[in-house]
Structure formats: structure tokens, C-alpha cells
Design a protein around this ligand. Structure first.
Ligand code: GDP
Length: 385
């Protein structure tokens, strides 16, 4: 009896142990498959960790600590800017050559009658040269070809007159020098979609190629992807990007970017801005504030207006609005590779009284070139070599 009792007791103990082991195994498997299923102490902690509350009001300039994306030291070496337009000349000639070829064909007619001059005018207007510059050019061409007679080469005369129109005397350098212990500050303004953020990234590469220390400020806080896009551009060339949360105060980001540039002893800070054009007063307030808070630390040395060459007259309207809102010191004309209307170079310089300083000729990272009137006119005339 005692033996049977002991045996039964042993069986019960074994059964309890086996059940306990199986139960343990099942629970572990379930937790692994569905981590949220088991209310273990760790999961509760994680779930209880609520995201920080969103600020009700925009942070003020002085109390904001903006995250800085500091790139790893392995960086690309961008192409030197000097030879870029020569590399891109063929592209320019492909998109703009029709204008020069069209004009040359007309000027080479035996009889330069009124109808031909009207055709010349139409060709220039179609290429967005603008009414007044077109009239001037036609007048100069008429006078010179009449005075110089049969000995004049239409190609040479046209080349000279186009060059005068583009104005080789304008200063196209950008002021990006450190002065009085603070970096140069470049604001890039323009309507969204013109290629502004891309241009900030490309310009950083131009400056890095000239051995400048560059800091980027992602003050276009209204477009979700803009800050990310800028940080990526910066990472590739070792330029830190200062950015704020989406929808934060652009002036705060600009302030922090320049502060970072001052602390880091950078040569230049490039600040991307938001380009919403719904109303002029709003734009004026925003850009005015950005400029004011930057200038608590360092003067803004350049304001570059980014215009999309493919937008024609719309681009001119944008130029007028920005001219009233901020002191533009130079123009960046993007997407010239996708437009035959290179005459906008002339029109927009006339409208704003400031030079085109850079042209965008593609989506490649080094497809931004300092603008050179001679190379541009050669491309207009279809001379790509
Ligand atoms: P943002 O809204 O003004 O900041 O515009 P983005 O910088 O995001 O650029 C808008 C689009 O234009 C992008 O797809 C760019 O790659 C493109 N883009 C910018 N510059 C040029 C250029 O010079 N040529 C061409 N073909 N595309 C360009």
C-alpha cells in the first residue's frame, strides 16, 4: 500500500512539473509572436512612454535648441565650379541653340525687309527676351547691319549684340566671405517647386569645392521633405544641417543655423526658406523676420532669388513680388536644360537690376554652374565646342 501511495505521489509530482513546463513554453511562444499580447512590466513601460506634447505655440528664437545633423567625415569631392559651364555647354546649346540658329537664318536672308525684322522680333519674344530688350536688340542690329553693310558678318554682329544684352559688365560673384569673425550668410528665396532646396544643396557643393566650410539651415519648415533633403545634400559633402520640427518657426531655424555657423567658425551659412506665395504681406513678414533674427548675429551678405526658367512670364511675376519683399542681390535660374526660353536671363536681369549668378542645367549634384555671359551667348548661337 505504502509503495502504491508513493508511486501515485511521484506520478502526480511529475504530471505537475510537465504541465508547468508546457504552460511556460506556450506563454513564451505567444509573447514572441505577439509582443503586444503580454502585459509584461517592460511593455507597459514602453507603452506608457507617451510622445512629448507638441508645443501649442511656435518656439521663440532664443529658447530653441535645433538638432544639427553632423555628417560623418567620409565625404565626396564636388566638381570645381570653374569648368562646369564648359562641361554643360553642350546641354545649354541643345536647349538654347534654336534661338541663335533661328535668328541667324533670318539675318542671313538676302533681303532684310520689314517682314524679316518682324520675324526676328517674334523669335526673340518667343524666347522670353522681353519687349524692351527685344526692341533694343532689333534697333541695334538694323543700324549696324545697315552701316557696316555687306562686309559685316551677321553672326559676329549678332554675337556682340547678344552679349551686350546679357551684359558682361555685371558683377556675378557671390559674397560669401567671413567678416569681423562671422560667416557670410546667403538666403535663398523663391517659390516652392522652382528648385530652391536642390539649389542650396548644389551651391553647398560649389562652395565646398572652393574649400569653404559650409553650414546649412533648413528654414523651409513647411515642406515635410525639405529638411530631410537638405540634410542628405549636406551629408554628402560634410556640411552640417540645422533643422527644426516640421511647422516650426522658420526664423528660429535660421537663427540657430547662423549661431551654429558662428560657433563652428564656418565661412558661410546657406539658409533655405519657404516660398509660399499666397499673399505678399505674409511672405514679407516671414522673410523680414528671418532676415532680422539672422542679423542679430551676422549680416546677410547675399539674397539669391531662385527662378524656374521653364515658367516664363510666371517667373517674371514671381521676380516682381520678391523684389518688393526683399533686397535680391542675385538670381539663380534653374532648369535651363528643360527650356528653350533662355531669353529670360535678359528679361529678369532687366526687371530686377541684378545679375543672374548661377544657372541650373540638370538634376545631377554638380549641374549648377556660375553664369558666364560669353559661354551662354555661344550656346545661344549653337556653338557647343
Ligand atoms: P523647391 O520646392 O523649390 O525646394 O524645389 P526642389 O529643390 O525640391 O526641386 C524641385 C525639382 O526640380 C526636383 O525634382 C529637382 O531635381 C528639380 N530641379 C532643380 N533644379 C533643376 C535643374 O537645374 N534642372 C532640372 N532638370 N531639374 C531641376
Amino acid at each position: 500500500m505504502v509503495r502504491v501511495g508513493e508511486f501515485l505521489y511521484l506520478i502526480i509530482v511529475i504530471a505537475v512539473v510537465v504541465v508547468a513546463i508546457i504552460a511556460g513554453l506556450v506563454t513564451t511562444t505567444l509573447r514572441r509572436r505577439h509582443p503586444e499580447a503580454g502585459p509584461g512590466p517592460q511593455e507597459t513601460e514602453v507603452r506608457e512612454e507617451a510622445p512629448p506634447p507638441r508645443a501649442e505655440t511656435q518656439p521663440t528664437v532664443e529658447d530653441t535648441e535645433m538638432p544639427v545633423v553632423t555628417p560623418a567625415p567620409t565625404v565626396e569631392r564636388p566638381e570645381a565650379p570653374a569648368g562646369r559651364l564648359v562641361r554643360l555647354r553642350e546641354r545649354l546649346s541643345r536647349s538654347q541653340g534654336a534661338l541663335g540658329r533661328g535668328l541667324l537664318a533670318l539675318l542671313s536672308r538676302e533681303q532684310l525687309d520689314e517682314e524679316t525684322w518682324e520675324d526676328i522680333e517674334d523669335t526673340l519674344l518667343t524666347a522670353d527676351v522681353g519687349v524692351k530688350p527685344t526692341q533694343e536688340l532689333v534697333e541695334h542690329l538694323r543700324t549696324r547691319l545697315r552701316v557696316e553693310g555687306a562686309g559685316a558678318s551677321p553672326r559676329e554682329v549678332l554675337r556682340e549684340e547678344l552679349l551686350n544684352l546679357v551684359d558682361p559688365t555685371m558683377d556675378r560673384s557671390i559674397d560669401v566671405e567671413r567678416r569681423n569673425g562671422v560667416p557670410g550668410v546667403v538666403l535663398l528665396v523663391g517659390v516652392n517647386g522652382t528648385g530652391k532646396t536642390t539649389t542650396v544643396g548644389k551651391l553647398a557643393r560649389v562652395l565646398v569645392a572652393e574649400d569653404k566650410q559650409v553650414v546649412l539651415g533648413a528654414a523651409d519648415t513647411f515642406r515635410a521633405a525639405a529638411a530631410e533633403q537638405l540634410a542628405t545634400w549636406g551629408e554628402r559633402v560634410g556640411a552640417p544641417a540645422v533643422r527644426g520640427p516640421e511647422g516650426s518657426d522658420p526664423a528660429s531655424v535660421a537663427y540657430e543655423a547662423v549661431k551654429h555657423g558662428v560657433e563652428r567658425e564656418a565661412d558661410v551659412v546657406l539658409v533655405d526658406t519657404a516660398g509660399r506665395l499666397q499673399n505678399k504681406a505674409g511672405l514679407m513678414d516671414e522673410l523680414g523676420k528671418v532676415k532680422r533674427v539672422i542679423e542679430k548675429q551676422a549680416p546677410v551678405t547675399e539674397v539669391l532669388l531662385v527662378l524656374d526658367a521653364t515658367t516664363g512670364q510666371n517667373g517674371m511675376i514671381q521676380a516682381r513680388v520678391f523684389r518688393e519683399v526683399v533686397d535680391v542681390t542675385g538670381i539663380v535660374l534653374t532648369k535651363l536644360d528643360g527650356s528653350a526660353k533662355g531669353g529670360i536671363v535678359v528679361a529678369v536681369q532687366r526687371e530686377l537690376g541684378v545679375p543672374v549668378k548661377f544657372v541650373g542645367l540638370g538634376e545631377g549634384p554638380d549641374d549648377l554652374a556660375p553664369f558666364d555671359p560669353d559661354t551662354f551667348v555661344d550656346a545661344l548661337l549653337g556653338e557647343s565646342t
